[in-house]
Write a new protein. Structure first.
Length: 481
């Protein structure tokens, strides 16, 4: 039995995190990288303990969970490489120049420093990769921050076991006490978010939950950055020529994507625009859908069924295909359809995220209507073009979608977010609360640092990356070195 963390313990937890952050940030980048690699090794070694726990609490398959744990430890090692290399510091050195064209220039040197203690709100749908040891934790630790994780109620046993692996590893490796701590319960999450010593927060979850926390973070006496990933329907735009050339294959790819992990990915394609009487829709209508699979927990199941019923009851929506018992638990995959005119008449209802195995096909008559829909979109994590290179509409669509989404895809499916150097997992609100950041990829470390410039300091008082003998990538007097 896991009990909620009493609010009278929050002060003790946060003050411990503050002490740990001070010590951790003073460690060299090489030391921090070594700890991250060692923690990744410990998690790999605990797989046979952690994965069965995850199976019991999330209904996800062993194959999926082992793959996700491998992704989690890969992230830790990638951030170890990132912090060791030092480029994330964006170090800049402007030597004093009495002849600077705007007047004499002082010696200025700029780097990035960690915020301090941060709180990470774990996600339900990725119990490893977006939870206790997930990407938010890894990037914050790499930046030099301490972390307080608000455990997700959908996998509290796994959260506790994962935290134990990490804290035991930190203790054995000589990392500061309190570097990673965990709290349980909604009230504890609110109290820790609003504690004056917490300096930033990261969240993955629903729009209502994320917006409530964002408002709390913003309304504190001292507001803090809140990096929330909230919601996205990840629209897909299929041109007429693409449908004519390969509509059956597009349908197969779509089914594989929107039913992957029972539709419980934040990048699930939820709305697909296709020409009227398309091969895509005909293939979906005639083909078989995968069997029903249990969703992560009762709350997500209830939310999904409510959202799907809301769509089904809309007068402009019809059912194209569905598995057996689409409104039972577990729910079978469902394909719905509507027209582009009806979508444009009621975008709030028809572009609402339905987190689970449902997709809405929107039929259009003229490809210019794709532009109209794109212009009406709210912020998205992804937007996909399924098209041919000689389609006249794709240039205009690409320009518009780049203003609406954080990642654009060409003839690929958005599910599956590669952990890389160039990845962008974020977008304009309501996809995220901070469109200029990412929660996946090495650039995620930027969320937990802020810039500081040192003017006129002697070399020995400067951070190592700003000293004259530094060996990190830098911009010196305007030139990259």
């Amino acid at each position: 039995m896991m009990y909620d963390t009493s609010t009278d313990r929050i002060d003790h937890i946060v003050l411990g995190a503050q002490r740990a952050a001070t010590q951790w940030s003073s460690r060299t980048r090489t030391e921090r990288a070594a700890v991250l690699r060692a923690v990744a090794d410990r998690l790999d070694g605990a797989a046979d303990i952690l994965v069965p726990l995850a199976i019991r609490e999330t209904h996800l398959t062993e194959q999926r969970l082992r793959g996700e744990l491998a992704r989690t430890t890969f992230q830790l090692r990638l951030f170890a490489e990132t912090v060791n290399e030092g480029g994330y510091l964006d170090a800049r050195v402007d030597h004093a120049d009495p002849d600077w064209s705007m007047g004499p220039r002082p010696d200025l040197r700029r780097t990035r420093v960690p915020y301090g203690p941060v709180v990470v709100f774990a996600a339900s749908n990725f119990p490893f990769a977006f939870s206790v040891a997930g990407g938010d934790t890894a990037s914050a630790l790499a930046a030099g921050c301490s972390v307080i994780v608000k455990a997700h109620p959908g996998h509290v046993g796994l959260s506790a076991a994962t935290a134990q692996v990490l804290t035991e590893a930190f203790d054995e490796l000589g990392a500061p006490s309190g570097l990673l701590q965990i709290v349980y319960g909604q009230e504890a999450g609110v109290v820790v978010l609003t504690h004056p010593q917490v300096r930033a927060a990261a969240f993955t979850g629903s729009i209502p939950g994320g917006r409530a926390l964002f408002d709390l973070a913003s309304s504190r006496p001292e507001p803090i950055p809140f990096y929330g990933e909230l919601g996205s329907v990840n629209p897909v735009f299929v041109t007429a020529s693409a449908d004519a050339d390969r509509g059956v294959d597009i349908a197969a790819g779509l089914v594989g994507s929107f039913t992957l992990s029972a539709g419980q990915f934040c990048t699930k394609p939820g709305v697909v625009l296709a020409p009227g009487d398309s091969h895509l829709l005909a293939s979906l209508r005639a083909g078989a859908l995968p069997s029903a699979a249990p969703l992560l927990n009762d709350k997500i199941t209830a939310g999904y069924l409510s959202g799907q019923q809301h769509l089904r009851r809309h007068p402009a929506v019809t059912v194209v295909a569905e598995g057996e018992d689409p409104l039972n638990d577990p729910p079978a995959p469902t394909v719905l359809s509507t027209s582009v005119q009806d979508l444009l008449a009621d975008p709030e209802a028809l572009l609402a995220e339905c987190f689970g195995p449902t997709v809405l096909i929107v039929e259009y008559a003229d490809e210019q209507q794709l532009v109209e829909v794109a212009e009406q979109l709210e912020g998205q994590l992804t937007a996909t073009l399924v098209a041919n290179e000689d389609d006249r509409i794709v240039g205009q669509l690409t320009t518009i979608l780049a203003s609406k989404a954080g990642r654009l895809l060409w003839n690929q499916w958005p599910t599956g977010v590669s952990v890389t150097y160039a990845q962008q997992h974020g977008g304009p609100y309501p996809a995220t609360t901070a469109a200029g950041t990412t929660s996946v990829g090495t650039a995620a470390i930027d969320r937990f640092t802020r810039p500081v410039a040192y003017q006129g300091f002697p070399d020995f008082l400067l951070p190592g990356e700003l000293r004259d003998d530094a060996d990190v990538p830098r911009r010196v007097d305007g030139k990259l070195t």
